[in-house]
Write a protein that binds this ligand. Structure first.
Ligand SMILES: Nc1ncnc2c1ncn2[C@@H]1O[C@H](COP(=O)(O)OP(=O)(O)OP(=O)(O)O)[C@@H](O)[C@H]1O
Ligand SMILES: [Mg+2]
Length: 148
């Protein structure tokens, strides 16, 4: 894949579809490998992508996942139509979760997804309109990654 001019890919996330959950982050990881992004960045981006995708699956009706890459920045944008987040500060706290019993039985609901995204990204922007949806901008700095 020639990415000299940058790359932009868009995927749709289906809310509540647990059988397809994780498919987009797997695809994103493949693309990053294919275009030769440094492994430590791939690892961090894959974690963030998975957590963001799962939150849309668990809490929203649908979402749009956009991967963009320039020589300087790798960005993941995840916009959803859903209930939104009333208190972002609270949602960002480790251990805070509104996951249902059913989701917890599937192994989700530790309340670690958003904190994990924040920890792995170089920058996280999060905005939400209750009753409408949530938007995440997750950024990784590629210019500071040394060639190996
Ligand atoms: N896209 C979203 N739409 C609506 N609410 C969300 C969204 N993402 C997160 N939240 C809210 O923020 C809380 C914390 O999210 P976080 O990802 O940190 O934990 P979790 O999804 O509950 O558990 P885990 O990610 O560890 O499985 C969620 O329980 C939910 O209430
Ligand atoms: Mg989560």
């Amino acid at each position: 894949m020639n990415t000299d001019a940058g790359l932009n890919k868009r995927f749709e996330i289906e809310g509540r579809n647990f059988s397809r959950a994780g498919a987009i982050s797997t695809k994103v990881k493949e693309i990053l490998k294919e275009i030769g992004i440094a492994n430590p960045v791939i690892r961090r981006a894959a974690i963030a992508a998975y957590e963001a995708e799962m939150n849309v699956v668990m809490y929203a009706q649908r979402g749009r996942f956009t991967l963009s890459i320039t020589p300087q920045i790798l960005s993941l944008r995840v916009d959803d139509e859903g209930p939104g987040i009333e208190d972002i500060g609270l949602a960002m706290q480790e251990g805070y979760s509104t996951a249902t019993d059913e989701m917890r039985e599937m192994g989700f609901g530790a309340g670690m997804g958003l904190p994990n995204i924040k920890r792995n990204a170089d920058r996280l922007e999060i905005s939400s309109v209750p009753g409408k949806g949530t938007a995440l901008g997750i950024f990784f700095d590629l210019s500071k990654v040394k060639e190996q």
